[in-house]
Design a protein. Structure first.
Length: 196
């Protein structure tokens, strides 16, 4: 009990709760804006169901999954929600969702090792440390909980993973906390599969 009270005090002092609240609010706003734009486009311009079915018919799953792996490794270029919507149109959506979650997890691991290797090149390390300094500071303060936030919320998982590699965060701990990526994919799929 005393340890929990100390942890709670530490999180208050380091503003973890404020960060979590702000990230959740920003994530919620981003999801609302993204959803509103999708609904607007769907209503006035596009038929997303037809578009997603066309993607399924035109491109092989291997191409889309490899593109997703690349995106999840390099700064999360494309939101995973688009790929989850794509999976909903496949013949086996839950299997494809599992594959996508696994590629996201693997992309994070690759980003971790990229960060770990960049540590050896001082000029690149300094440049990246300056670019993602806030994430590195938060990771140093909150450790695994920050990896959890990167896995669950709309904070680029690959950037958090890269930061873990840069500061040589314990790899086993990283792997365990990053497993929450699977939880995020399932939670989002429960919503997205209903919409598409």
């Amino acid at each position: 009990m005393k340890r929990l009270l100390l942890l709670n005090r530490y999180y208050k002092i380091t503003q973890f709760y404020s960060f979590l609240k702000n990230t959740a609010v920003k994530g919620g706003i981003a999801i609302l804006v993204f959803g509103t734009i999708l609904l607007f486009l769907e209503y006035f311009f596009l038929d997303f169901n037809t578009l997603l079915k066309s993607l399924v018919a035109t491109y092989s799953p291997k191409v889309i999954i490899l593109f997703f792996l690349l995106s999840e490794t390099i700064l999360g270029l494309v939101p995973p929600e688009i790929f989850i919507a794509w999976a909903s149109k496949s013949a086996t959506p839950w299997l494809f969702l599992f594959i996508l979650a696994s590629m996201s997890y693997l992309g994070g691991i690759i980003a971790y090792f990229i960060g770990n290797r960049l540590f050896l090149i001082p000029a690149v390390k300094n440049h990246i440390e300056n670019k993602i300094a806030i994430h590195i500071n938060n990771l140093k303060k909150w450790g695994g909980l920050f990896v959890f936030i990167g896995a669950m919320l709309p904070l680029p998982h690959s950037i958090v993973s890269l930061a873990c590699g840069l500061i040589k965060y314990n790899f086993k701990h990283y792997l365990l906390w990053a497993l929450f990526r699977y939880v995020r994919f399932v939670l989002y799929a429960l919503i997205i599969f209903q919409i598409f």
